[in-house]
Design a protein. Structure first.
Length: 350
């Protein structure tokens, strides 16, 4: 059964022939096509977990569409900021794998190596190649930060360095925020206020209060994906002392909390419209409520003992469900902002 009632058939369908089909499969499932030797592009799509990068692209689009009619908006600066946060997310994924492997969290029996090939443990890349990729990402982001600093001023550096610290501290010693129940707030701050406000400032050069308010719904949406993932990993994390928020709450409590966060996305979107921080067309997110109801239903039950046939990311279950909802709701939010940007209808910062 597909808990979301969405296109699981597309997710599970075997890929067609050719490299492009292989890339599409990797972007849908975070896995290379079964039974095939991955080409170089597919390998790095899997290693970087490119399938989840749209979460960051949507955060940047929320910021850009909020500011596109504002005085001072520059397409070049917005494009640089959008590229910067996407590269930063890529680096974050790679650094997490390096850190978790170094401290012994990632093993062949841990979910990271079960739902998709682990970059190092599976032999897709070497540790040296992973370090080189992280360095390359950081160099790109450093150049972008310096260009935007020269054009927009010191807040660009503040946003960039805060993002780097939160990214590093999520898994790496000495803080290891994920291990002490602070990984989920980290994700909310990063994908909500930090990315949306930072991208907006880089594109426009100022930061009105409406942007901070408008960033909250999307930050909550992204947090539900991590909550789902950490619920799936409770049986693996609890025995090792990795005290994620779902471990601290227990599975039933964590599923209830995730349901609350899902509902809160719609409530905070409506409130942001009410106070003038989001334009009225963003209420199109309400079209995601049918999917929400099915996700809430799935979260009201424990994870099944066995995956559906061909399910590509097992033992992740709730993470996949929440991700599908986030993709739908995030796309609707962007669609509403696009309509407001094109028409000027109710755009608070135009």
């Amino acid at each position: 059964m597909d808990p979301t009632g969405q296109s699981r058939s597309r997710l599970l369908a075997p890929p067609g022939e050719g490299r492009v089909a292989s890339w599409r499969y990797a972007l849908r499932t975070t896995n290379p096509p079964p039974g095939r030797e991955p080409d170089a592009v597919t390998r790095w799509l899997v290693v970087t977990r490119a399938a989840v990068l749209p979460m960051t692209v949507f955060a940047g689009l929320v910021a850009g569409l909020l500011g596109v009619r504002a005085d001072g908006f520059r397409w070049v600066d917005f494009s640089l900021a959008l590229l910067g946060i996407t590269v930063a997310h890529t680096a974050n994924n790679l650094m997490n794998d390096l850190a978790d492997t170094s401290v012994g969290t990632d093993t062949e029996a841990y979910p990271r190596a079960l739902y998709a090939p682990h970059p190092i443990l599976s032999g897709l890349v070497t540790k040296r190649q992973l370090y080189a990729a992280v360095l390359a990402c950081q160099v790109v982001d450093l150049v972008i930060m310096l260009v935007l600093f020269e054009r927009r001023g010191w807040p660009v550096i503040a946003f960039a360095l805060t993002g780097l610290v939160l990214s590093y501290a999520y898994t790496a010693p000495p803080l290891r925020l994920k291990k002490i129940g602070l990984g989920e707030p980290d994700v909310f701050l990063t994908w909500g206020p930090l990315m949306v406000a930072g991208t907006y400032f880089s594109a426009v050069g100022e930061l009105p209060w409406q942007v901070w308010v408008a960033s909250v719904p999307y930050g909550l949406l992204c947090t539900t994906v991590l909550m789902g993932k950490h619920i799936d990993k409770i049986p693996y994390d609890a025995p090792t002392g990795t005290r994620t928020l779902p471990v601290l709450l227990g599975e039933a409590g964590a599923r209830t909390a995730t349901q609350g966060l899902l509902v809160a996305f719609y409530v905070t979107t409506a409130l942001a419209v009410l106070v003038g921080a989001l334009p009225v067309p963003t209420l199109v997110v309400l079209a995601g409520i049918p999917v929400l109801r099915k996700v809430l239903g799935a979260l009201s039950r424990p994870r099944p003992d066995e995956p559906p046939p061909g399910f590509p990311v097992w033992p992740l279950w709730f993470a996949a469900i929440c991700f599908l909802h986030t993709r739908r709701a995030g796309a609707l939010l962007v669609l509403g902002l696009l309509a407001a940007a094109v028409t000027g209808l109710g755009l608070p910062l135009g």
